[in-house]
Design a protein around this ligand. Structure first.
Ligand code: FRU
Length: 451
């Protein structure tokens, strides 16, 4: 039987489990997307790095598992990390996870966190793995939870950020420097004024429009009104000053307000775009993904270009997706139409309330008085345990919605805010209906990417 939940706009595992995007880069004329991959266990077992590549972000080739956890220093997983390209060489940095035998809590003891440097050859092989940092190299006030290296270069120096949990259960980012990618020296750690969660995973540091951003995925944040509704968060701080000197972090902004988003990473391509890809999933959620019954779980988000305007960071789906458009139709108020994969644009210049109903049970509503967009499942099976998420917004002038076979991404006001979620319709063709007489809505049918 055809699996009508297989995705057409999102990278997904051929089979088994996928989590974080890893090693994102543009290298020798191609985009490379590695990802945390457990092919044999749909619920996530031993993690390796799977790999896709593409020339234009639309036709993807799955090349297999170039990076396998097979050495003693990574025996319990080749955990997340990044790529750094220089002089035609793709360097990979990742965390080798080791769990020692014994009666340990695996937080303060019993876990090895080895930062490993390797090379990905033009032939697609991972060679010359070398351990460049081990637990002994982290400040003694850290637990064994230190991981997810991201590398960049300024002047002649390479820098690395790592996510960590200290022994007071405060999430922090560790900053290291090196002159040769091999010998690394601890410079300082970065934390918020008030503790913000017990662990910061998957750090990333980069600039958008001259604004310095520190992206993290913190764990241990309580829900506050419409903020932080998921079990774990992902977002960024604007950083003023210097990440290697005196710095200040401004307020934390969530990357995404949907149910399924975590552990994003960014890279820049040959066009100078800063592109973000997230895991379209989250660990330890109380909702599920029935794709497990069909032998696979999770996907990655659409690549999103980051820009800055007036201090606001925007996320826009890459332009390349327009190539997938086949025909368009105008959607009239209260009229139902059917689609396989689609892009829907709702223009709402009058700033009036409206609702988009997908598959008779996933409602996307804009509430102008409440200054809020909600994503709510009225059909329990469709949401598989997901109920409602909120996104505060001053006004909603337009909304671009990507409707994949079992995933939705909602871009509000040209990507000022985004909401990403899975949904599990039973029909092969899904319905969409607009309620909102003031809006103009256009739907493009999209053909799937090739994978
Ligand atoms: C985030 C994460 C990373 C880790 C990886 C293991 O989802 O927990 O911190 O490296 O997943 O798969």
């Amino acid at each position: 039987m055809e699996d009508n939940w297989r995705l057409g706009l999102h990278l997904m595992p051929p089979e088994g489990w996928l989590n974080d995007p890893n090693g994102l880069c543009w290298y020798e004329g191609e985009y490379h997307v590695f990802f945390q991959y457990s092919p044999d266990d749909v619920n996530g077992g031993l993690k390796h790095w799977g790999h896709y590549k593409s020339k234009e972000l639309l036709n993807w080739e799955f090349t297999g598992i170039p990076l396998r956890a097979e050495e003693p220093y990574e025996k319990d997983g080749a955990y997340s990390g990044s790529a750094f390209v220089e002089d035609g060489v793709m360097h990979l940095f990742y965390t080798g996870n080791v769990k020692e035998e014994g009666d340990y809590d695996y937080i303060t003891a019993g876990r090895g966190a080895n930062e490993i440097h390797a090379i990905y050859t033009p032939e697609g092989e991972v060679i010359s793995k070398e351990c460049v940092l081990t637990n002994a190299d982290y400040p003694e006030y850290y637990t064994c939870h230190v991981r997810d290296p991201k590398i960049w270069k300024e002047k002649d120096t390479y820098y690395m950020v790592l996510g960590g949990r200290d022994r007071d259960d405060i999430g922090k980012v560790l900053v290291y420097a090196s002159s040769n990618l091999k010998d690394w020296t601890f410079l300082q750690d970065i934390c918020s004024k008030e503790p913000f969660g017990y662990m910061w995973e998957c750090p990333d540091y980069f600039e958008v429009g001259g604004v310095k951003l520190l992206s993290i995925s913190p764990q241990g944040i309580e829900t506050a009104g419409h903020d932080y509704e998921n079990v774990y968060q992902s977002g960024f701080y604007k950083l003023s000053g210097s990440i290697i000197g005196r710095y200040a972090l401004q307020e934390f902004t969530e990357w995404d307000h949907g149910f399924d988003f975590y552990a994003p990473q960014t890279f820049s391509d040959d066009k100078g775009r800063r592109i973000l890809v997230g895991w379209m999933g989250i660990p330890d959620a109380d909702y599920t993904n029935p794709t497990t019954r069909r032998g696979w779980q999770h996907g990655l988000t659409i690549p999103r270009v980051l820009t800055e305007k007036g201090g606001v960071i925007y996320q826009k789906p890459v332009e390349e997706l327009k190539e997938l458009r086949t025909g368009s139709v105008v959607i009239e108020n209260q009229k139902t139409i059917f689609f396989d994969i689609a892009e829907l644009l709702v223009q709402n210049q009058e700033d009036q309330g409206f609702t988009v109903i997908i598959a008779d049970g996933m409602n996307i509503c804009y509430w102008p008085k409440e200054h809020c967009v909600t994503l709510e499942f009225t059909d329990a099976a469709l949401g598989s345990g997901r109920r409602i998420r909120h996104c505060n917004i001053e006004s909603c002038k337009d909304m671009q919605i990507f409707l994949d076979r079992s995933a939705v991404e909602i871009y509000i006001n040209h990507g000022e805010k985004v909401m990403t979620s899975r949904y599990y319709p039973t029909e092969d063709k899904r319905s969409v209906k607009l309620q909102g007489s003031q809006c103009v809505a256009t739907l493009w049918n999209l053909k799937p990417m090739s994978m």
